[in-house]
Design a protein around this ligand. Structure first.
Ligand code: MN3
Length: 201
């Protein structure tokens, strides 16, 4: 079974009034994400040892192997973007549910402190990559960042609850070069904190 780009859980123009325009969604979901999926399918097609493996298996087996970097980057980006779309919401973006809020207060000192840490990670990621809210093996919320197509599944740092794409293609049409403004807007108006909270179990 070839990998496929999951459909967006909302219309392409649904986030426009929240700072992510329909053209960004069109290019990002239909072109960029599709290109990663097409590339992964191409690698699997050419290598019998990869056939039938899950996306998670492909990511883990190619992590930190220079000769498998093209597979890793594309498989990682498919996984990352599949999490990115539902991690935003046109109806309750930015709204903080109670259980997650309590845990953010316990683990970061407050929601504002969490947002500062997340923003620092997202802005501090030199070049392309991702900022993450993760639940680590000790049940503690943490903020991390990864370069390019990497992610917390590959690094083993924990379970990803939210991931913010800081590749320029995710914000250049809406925010030009202003990554800090994009990330602040993402945290305040786009992030689907219900989606994150549901993963707390
Ligand atoms: Mn992207």
């Amino acid at each position: 079974m070839a990998f496929e780009v999951p459909p967006l859980p909302y219309a392409k123009d649904a986030l426009a009034s929240h700072g992510m325009c329909a053209e960004t969604m069109e290019l990002h979901h239909d072109k960029h994400h599709q290109a990663y999926v097409t590339a992964v399918n191409g690698f699997v097609e050419k290598d019998a040892t990869l056939k039938g493996k899950s996306l998670e298996d492909l990511i883990k087996l190619s992590y930190n192997k220079p000769e498998m970097a093209p597979l890793f980057n594309n498989a990682g980006q498919h996984w990352n973007h599949s999490l990115f779309w539902p991690a935003m919401s046109p109806t309750h973006g930015g709204r903080m549910p109670g259980k997650l809020e309590k845990k953010l207060i316990a683990d970061f000192g407050g929601v504002a402190q969490f947002k500062e840490a997340f923003k620092a990670a997202a802005v501090g990621q030199f070049g392309s990559g991702w900022a993450w809210l993760i639940l680590d093996a000790h049940g503690k919320l943490k903020v991390t960042k990864t370069p390019n197509g990497s992610n917390p599944l590959a690094t083993g740092e924990g379970q990803a609850l939210l991931g913010c794409d800081v590749w320029e293609h995710s914000y250049y049409l809406d925010f030009r070069n202003r990554r800090p403004d994009y990330v602040q807007n993402w945290l305040d108006k786009l992030a689907n904190y219900d989606f994150a909270e549901a993963k707390l179990g």
